[in-house]
Ligand binder design. Structure first.
Ligand code: SF4
Length: 265
């Protein structure tokens, strides 16, 4: 008789830590961040290029917010990640768990098993930060999500183009009655016709889905992978762009990365 083998789910992680969310709808809230390794996009403005490849080790904060990291090897078995999240989850401290990256949806088979367990143990809502270009993987974990921050990548700013995938992705989130918002990084090079196309895409699903225009945070030389300089838009540009988009959708908010102002991770 051949013995049955079960494959234990593992994840490739960059880090786990507790911090204040600096972007989008959850700005200012306290979250346990689980940053997954790997990304299949190459946005010109990426400030997380260290996540693109699978690192051999990850760093795990021992005490929430104290930055007392331990180094562990990758990949990480599911029960171990549950232990680390439980250790972070002090009473009343966190508002939610943030799945970030990299692109967390590249770990969809792992998340399908991890999320029901971590929700049951912590009772914390689950928030997904994503490039918004992998609707098939999203569908696998949708039942376990509470909110989604979906990037809409403008070709003129990111160098990536995923219009049909973004539309499918957002429709799936909306149909599942999740709290969903769209985040668009804007730079001086933003093509306004792409903003109009984005607003129409969102309005085609619901005019009530909030859009966050996030002026790009200029990268320091060591963080840059692209030769294309990415500069923050001028105050006049964002005023014009917000007005343009508000013709189609109800809420267009302009918010830079607030965690960087606070010198947070
Ligand atoms: S999707 Fe995010 S992690 Fe991936 S390249 Fe773009 S900004 Fe970087």
């Amino acid at each position: 008789m051949i013995a049955k083998t079960t494959v234990k789910p593992t994840a490739r992680l960059v880090e786990v830590f507790s911090a204040i969310q600096g972007e989008g709808l959850n700005v200012g809230t306290r979250q346990i961040f689980i940053r997954f390794a790997l990304c299949d996009l190459r946005c010109h403005f990426c400030d997380s290029a260290h996540t693109w490849n699978a690192p051999t080790t990850c760093r795990i904060e021992r005490s929430p917010g104290l930055r007392d990291f331990e180094i562990h090897s990758n990949p990480v078995p599911l029960p171990i990640l549950i232990e680390w999240v439980e250790r972070q989850n002090l009473p009343c401290l966190h508002d939610s768990i943030s799945l970030t990256g990299g692109e967390p949806l590249l770990h969809a088979p792992f998340l399908e098993q991890f999320l029901p367990e971590v929700r049951a143990i912590t009772a914390l809502p689950i928030y997904l930060e994503t490039g918004g270009h992998r609707p098939e993987q999203l569908a696998v974990i949708l039942p376990y999500l509470d909110s989604v921050g979906m990037d809409l990548k403008l070709p003129s700013v990111s160098g990536e183009s995923y219009w049909p995938e973004h539309a499918k992705f957002l429709q799936l989130c909306f149909d599942s009655h999740l709290d969903v918002f769209v985040k668009i990084i804007v730079s001086q090079k933003t093509d306004p016709s792409e903003l109009e196309r984005s607003a129409l895409l969102v309005a085609g699903i619901s005019q009530d889905i909030p859009i966050f225009l996030q002026p790009v945070t200029p990268l320091v030389a060591a963080e840059q992978f692209s030769q294309i300089p990415v500069k923050a838009p001028t105050p006049d540009q964002v005023l014009v762009w917000q007005a343009l988009m508000k013709r189609f959708v109800k809420q267009v908010r302009v918010i830079p990365q607030t965690h960087k102002m606070l010198n947070q991770m």
